[in-house]
Design a protein around this ligand. Structure first.
Ligand SMILES: Nc1ncnc2c1ncn2[C@@H]1O[C@H](COP(=O)(O)OP(=O)(O)OP(=O)(O)O)[C@@H](O)[C@H]1O
Ligand SMILES: [Mg+2]
Length: 376
């Protein structure tokens, strides 16, 4: 299924909707002994490479601004070393910012994570956030059940309550029957299911996932994405999901931010990034993506009155629409939105044009200011 991002537009579920959003404001992180001194250079425009060469400091993040919507999946993408983990770890302040703020909470009631006392921060981490790691980070000497309820245990939740909650999520991630197994008796994919069950058992509104699926085989990875999207429909976590995989980002993300050398190169929906890459860097990033499987029919539908022909759903990807048209021997279809509303008409020539990536605009050449990020 490629049109799974649809969940972001559904507003039918009105009960217990997560209201906790995250706002990153002017966040800058400089690693090194004298970050404050270096902040001035960075503010004056010094880039990562120059800061490292001239002052021996690493520019981890530079003036990041992101508004993460409550109950939506925010993907952070970028090459190795671009600052993804640094950004994520600021959200629960495992890393202290050099400048800027992290706000969390409902609109109008946000708390400043960067200003919290040690006690407030501990509370925030335990009650408001849960993390899923790439390397699972399960306790080898604890059973799946014990691992899953661990977070509730340290919060002092009663044994019966935490056991029931854990069982519910173990079942929900497809591991019923494995409660008494130990992590080393499970495959990598299964262990990551435990990682997810453990995070969900904590029942925190914010879920932080750092390359959670990157260590898994491709098929198991796709499977986990489906499990996550499926559960997300129900739990509506405010999720921050890090990946360096574009297909994963496009599939999972309601919003995507692409980092490059500590700066945001572009942010928006997957559709926006694929259809309107902000610069040559992003264009090269998305060049190999299968556009037919990413672009929704509604995006390229023309606002024309209904025609005599087949009907496709607004979020059907254009490859599927093309398949349907050719099967029916038609050149155009009506595109309908929620409740069957007519949105426009999609044609075969428009589909073909959309499948071919646009030429990069040479004037869009970016500032070329960074070092190759694969090499750290
Ligand atoms: N504690 C630290 N001290 C100095 N530099 C650091 C520290 N942590 C991260 N960095 C640097 O900050 C930059 C961003 O690192 P980060 O780990 O956030 O990248 P990433 O995008 O998560 O990479 P990966 O995909 O490899 O996990 C890199 O240049 C890294 O070397
Ligand atoms: Mg990382």
């Amino acid at each position: 299924m490629d049109n799974t991002n649809e969940n972001s537009t559904q507003v039918t579920n009105t009960e217990s909707t997560n209201t906790v959003g995250i706002e990153i404001r002017n966040l800058t992180k400089i690693f090194g002994p004298e970050p404050e001194r270096c902040l001035e250079y960075v503010r004056q425009g010094m880039n990562k490479k120059a800061l490292r060469e001239k002052h021996g400091h690493i520019l981890g993040l530079h003036n990041i601004n992101i508004k993460m919507k409550p109950g939506a999946i925010q993907v952070i993408m970028g090459l190795s070393g671009s600052g993804k983990s640094t950004l994520l770890r600021h959200i629960n302040r495992l890393i202290e910012p050099t400048a800027g703020q992290i706000l969390a909470g409902a609109e109008g009631q946000q708390v400043d994570v960067t200003a919290m006392s040690t006690k407030e921060l501990r509370e925030f981490r335990q009650k408001q956030t849960a993390m899923v790691f790439q390397k699972f980070a399960l306790f080898p000497h604890l059973t799946i059940q014990e691992n899953t309820e661990y977070g509730l245990k340290i919060q002092g939740v009663k044994p019966k309550v935490r056991a029931d909650t854990a069982v519910k999520w173990i079942e929900r991630v497809g591991l019923k029957g494995y409660e008494d197994s130990y992590p080393n008796q499970l495959s990598g994919g299964m262990q990551q299911r435990v990682g997810l069950a453990r995070a969900l058992t904590n029942d925190a509104p914010i879920l932080l996932m750092d390359e959670a699926f990157s260590a898994l085989d491709p098929l198991i990875r796709t499977d986990m994405q489906s499990v996550l999207l499926d559960i997300q429909q129900e739990v509506e976590k405010t999720m921050v999901f890090i990946t360096h995989d574009l297909d994963e980002a496009l599939r999972i993300g309601d919003q995507i931010a692409i980092l490059r050398a500590g700066k945001i190169a572009q942010q928006g929906t997957g559709q926006q990034i694929v259809l309107q890459p902000a610069n040559e860097y992003i264009a090269s990033f998305i060049r190999d993506v299968n556009r037919g499987r990413v672009i929704y029919s509604r995006i390229i539908a023309q606002p024309l009155p209904a025609i005599d022909g087949p009907t496709v759903d607004a979020t059907l990807v254009i490859e599927e629409t093309a398949r349907l048209l050719s099967a029916e021997g038609k050149e155009a279809a009506n595109v309908i939105g929620p409740k069957g509303r007519h949105l426009g008409v999609i044609t075969m020539p428009d589909i073909i044009a959309a499948m071919v990536p646009p030429h990069a605009d040479p004037d869009d050449e970016d500032d070329d200011d960074d070092e190759p990020e694969e090499k750290k």
